[in-house]
Design a binder for this molecule. Structure first.
Ligand code: SF4
Length: 279
């Protein structure tokens, strides 16, 4: 039973029941007393003009550069997170710049003129913890003929996805494994991610990334099942299979190159575009 004053956030599988002024597991959404709001709206921790291939997107506007922006917070807690310094922390005003959607869009336009920027990529932390900011910026970007790219873990409900999808041009979505046991370790829900991918595919350019961690998600049989499932949506969906290196709280040795090759060959039996990463 919900305690008086508590509100449940329905954005992801955690369904955080939040007391007034309490922040959710993602550290980015809070019960303000009357509703759940994102507290990372407009707070930018990272800003960089990156090659589109770095997102990674290999089959969307190749050779271009995109203004890439990150905030703080994430609804998963992967022990190997490469961006843990921003994803696994909450609000710290001294570490953020405040950029309204209008200011971010103006910067993107300026960089289009000076450096050929094609739009904005929401990345680095989990952008959908603050989907309201993504939506408001993406609407403005679209009006100005700029692209919006989302780099996401896909662990969000259909309502969250539908709130941003009309304005998104391309996404890279993490598929962190193909068994619920794997998502149990990371704090996610495999079915939610699969639905997110299926629902997004008809409306935006989609590429997927699987980071292969030896002790977690390196099974060849899982890769076969995963690739077969992706192919059932479309064999043309690119899959990036990326090699793990020790990071954050995970100290296991890097994934072996021969094993990476085995996984890549397995995926290639089902998919037209399989890209190795970090090899
Ligand atoms: S988005 Fe954040 S606050 Fe909402 S349910 Fe998920 S972890 Fe909890």
């Amino acid at each position: 039973m919900l305690k008086p004053g508590n509100i449940t956030c329905t954005c992801c599988s955690h369904h955080c029941s939040l007391a007034p002024h309490q922040t959710g597991l993602c550290r980015a959404r809070k019960n303000t007393g009357s509703s759940i709001e994102c507290i990372n709206y407009g707070y930018v921790t990272s800003l960089s003009l990156d090659p589109i291939e770095k997102k990674p997107l290999f089959r969307f506007m190749g050779g271009s550069r995109i203004l890439s922006v990150g905030s703080f917070g994430c609804n998963l807690y992967c022990p190997f997170c490469q961006n843990h310094s921003i994803s696994q922390r909450g609000f710290d005003r001294s570490e953020c710049d405040l950029l309204t959607p209008e200011e971010l869009c103006a910067l993107a336009i300026k960089l289009k003129e000076s450096d050929g920027n094609i739009g904005v990529a929401f990345t680095y932390n989990e952008p959908l913890t603050g989907f309201e900011y993504v939506r408001d910026c993406a609407r403005l970007l679209k009006k100005n003929d700029l692209n919006t790219v989302l780099v996401t873990n896909g662990s969000f409900t259909e309502d969250v996805l539908n709130g941003v999808l009309p304005y998104i041009d391309a996404m890279n979505i993490d598929l962190k494994g193909f068994k619920q046991d794997i998502y149990d370790v990371l704090g996610g829900d495999l079915m939610l991610v699969k639905d997110f991918i299926k629902n997004a595919y008809p409306y935006a350019h989609i590429e997927l990334t699987s980071l292969i961690v030896p002790s977690l998600n390196s099974s060849v049989e899982d890769m076969r099942a995963q690739s077969e499932w992706i192919a059932s949506i479309s064999p043309e969906i690119p899959l990036h299979i990326t090699r793990y290196f020790p990071n954050y709280r995970m100290t296991d040795p890097p994934t072996s190159i021969p094993h990476m090759k085995k996984l890549i060959e397995t995926a290639q039996k089902y998919l037209s575009y399989v890209y190795p990463g970090n090899i």
